[in-house]
Design a protein around this ligand. Structure first.
Ligand code: MN
Length: 289
């Protein structure tokens, strides 16, 4: 099922180029009182809500996709966890001083897996937007790059999750844009500005993507191909990212994991439109303000 959030808090099931408004099923969510549990309440209850959503979609009002404004498919993600240098060709291009600025030196000698050296990193969840919003450049005079990444949304939380159980913890998948300004500052500063994480166009439930490590994807900026890759070339695959993240961080419903970007990262400017697509998920156009 393709599940979207749209028009400031409505819930939809995507069918082709239309959306069925199933917001009414949210009435079944248990009321929350402070202190609320960590995580996204809708994602935490997704399995229970799915039958009602399926039923409601049969008769719900059908709205053309092009007439709605897509919000990020996760309303309250506790975190955005992200993988650095997780495609070897991107690791190679990261030797460009315009990318590493003499500070973030990509020296992986002795490391077949760059993440063994670099670990994972966090982006602030408050920087997250949906496909219906625009990326707003916070350093307009510097190099701001797009990084398209297969992105997963954790459903069932856990600590020390094993490889064979890892995919059972995934609620679904979406397209992620890990936007960044190149420079000397810490990653969490350069990648957490408001609007510097894009998630969309919707969440595709994990049953529709049995093998996340074999998906074609790409991004074009104003029609020009910038990145084109396949998740089969992930150095640390989706299962292993969940193993590694959950060994250190307890995972919670709604945690977002960006799996890393392939080669071809490049600059965007105000007025550009990024066309992003991933096989079996969909496509989205994200404008740069
Ligand atoms: Mn990235």
């Amino acid at each position: 099922m393709k599940i979207c959030r749209f028009d400031n808090g409505r819930l939809g099931v995507v069918e082709g180029d239309t959306v069925r408004d199933v917001t009414s099923v949210l009435e079944a969510l248990p009321p929350l009182r402070w202190p609320v549990p960590i995580g996204d309440q809708f994602i935490a209850n997704l399995d229970k809500l799915l039958p009602a959503m399926r039923e409601a979609a049969k008769t719900a009002k059908s709205i053309p996709l092009k007439s709605i404004k897509l919000d990020a498919p996760v309303a309250n993600p506790p975190r955005v966890i992200a993988a650095p240098v997780n495609y070897l060709l991107h690791a190679k291009e990261a030797h460009d001083p315009a990318i590493h600025h003499g500070v973030h030196m990509p020296t992986f000698e002795g490391f077949a897996t760059p993440i063994d050296k670099m670990g994972l990193f966090l982006k602030s969840q408050t920087g997250l937007i949906g496909a219906g919003q625009k990326v707003e450049l916070h350093w307009p005079d510097r190099r701001n790059d797009h990084e398209i990444e297969l992105t997963l949304i954790i459903g069932k939380g856990g600590k020390n999750i094993s490889r064979d159980k890892a995919l059972d913890h995934v609620a679904g998948y979406a397209i992620g844009l890990d936007m960044v300004v190149r420079g000397t500052e810490d990653r969490s500063w350069r990648k957490s500005a408001d609007t510097y994480s894009v998630l969309g166009p919707w969440l595709v439930t994990s049953d529709e993507i049995p093998d996340p490590d074999a998906l074609e994807f790409g991004i074009e900026v104003d029609g020009e191909v910038r990145q084109r890759a396949n998740t089969k070339d992930l150095v640390v695959d989706v299962r292993d990212l969940i193993v590694r993240a959950s060994a250190i961080y307890s995972l919670y419903p709604g945690d977002i994991i960006m799996t890393g970007t392939p080669e071809g990262v490049s600059e965007v400017k105000s007025g550009n439109v990024m066309h992003c697509w991933i096989e079996k998920i969909g496509e989205m156009n994200v404008a740069v303000k």
